[in-house]
Design a protein around this ligand. Structure first.
Ligand code: ADP
Length: 293
């Protein structure tokens, strides 16, 4: 690389960082959703938490950044598969779902849903920086960031680019195998100084629709146990519900379609706890500000 292109590149990054700061300042709360491993329902939880926020007085004020570059599944779950990002003079616009949630996903840039993304770390950092700096989210109350499973490049990039993140929600399933990886996720968040909002235990038992008996397919209670062990808040348990899977495949937010189900009620309780965390955090932040003035 010549020194000229080097200078240009640095200028471009500085410009992006300036844009990022000004765009992110319009978003009141940024929450990352992480999991130690894949398949525990992280994207499903992200979409349903976003939908729960819209139901709790934040309609059209919620966004989701699907930062799962290798396995973007938010568009499918929210009914936006096959959509494309539109751009205009101010930047790139998110795609709005039927429930009014603004979404940005790698999936909107891929030629088709079977195309894989083969990128190394630095390229992923560039993509995420661009996502965060070029997207015109507008004023939002909440931006949920769906991070890929594990503790790799993407969560690291997001943590570095968004130092003012409100916190992370960790999704797990009750089994012991999952608890081991949850410990890693908690350590990761702590090392990056990301506040831990709490742990959600997904796929926590299955209630038989015929006889009402509860069957603990992946066991249950593991999420609470690990929260107590690690000293982090426990946000709640979401049971396995066949309709969660059906609605996700149809692209409909489950908690809007099946508001009366036990799983939807669990989502709403979790959202209330997240709101309480944010309220306490804002209060604390204000007190700190006053003290330092
Ligand atoms: P991850 O993002 O962790 O890889 P997904 O959100 O893609 O996981 O979920 C994996 C699968 O599990 C999907 O088919 C989803 O519909 C299903 N699923 C997630 N949570 C539940 C639940 N509580 N009940 C039933 N199915 C669920």
């Amino acid at each position: 690389m010549t020194s000229n292109t080097h200078v240009e590149r640095r200028k471009q990054v500085q410009e992006q960082e300036k844009n990022l700061k000004s765009r992110m300042s319009k978003i009141k709360h940024k929450i990352a959703v992480i999991s130690g491993k894949g398949g525990v329902g992280k994207s499903t939880v992200t979409v349903n938490l976003a939908a729960a926020f819209t139901l709790r007085g934040h309609a059209k004020q919620v966004g989701i950044l699907d930062a799962d570059i290798h396995g973007p599944s938010v568009p499918k779950i929210i009914g936006l598969a096959g959509q494309r990002l539109q751009s205009g003079p101010p930047g790139i616009f998110p795609v709005s779902s039927s429930s009014g949630i603004k979404v940005v996903s790698m999936d909107f840039l891929l030629p088709d849903e079977t195309a894989p993304v083969i990128w190394r770390g630095p390229l992923k950092m560039t993509a995420i920086r661009q996502f965060l700096s070029d997207i015109v989210w507008g004023d939002l109350d909440f931006l949920l960031i769906d991070l890929p499973p594990g503790t790799g490049d993407e969560p690291l990039s997001v943590a570095q680019l968004l130092p003012e993140m409100d916190g992370v929600v960790i999704v797990t399933i009750p089994s012991e195998v999952s608890q081991i990886v949850v410990k890693k996720a908690v350590t990761f968040a702590r090392k990056l100084r990301l506040p831990i909002i709490g742990i959600v235990e997904n796929m926590s038992g299955f209630i038989c629709p015929k006889c009402g008996a509860k069957i603990d397919i992946f066991r249950s209670g593991g999420g609470r146990k690990i929260s107590e062990e690690l000293g982090v808040p426990f946000l709640g348990s979401i049971p396995i519900d066949q309709k969660v899977c059906e609605d996700s495949d149809k692209g409909l937010p489950f908690i809007i379609e099946h508001a009366d189900s036990q799983a939807s009620k669990a989502f709403m309780e979790i959202v209330k706890k997240i709101e309480a965390f944010l309220k306490a955090e804002t209060k604390q932040g204000n007190t700190k500000k006053v003290e330092s003035e």
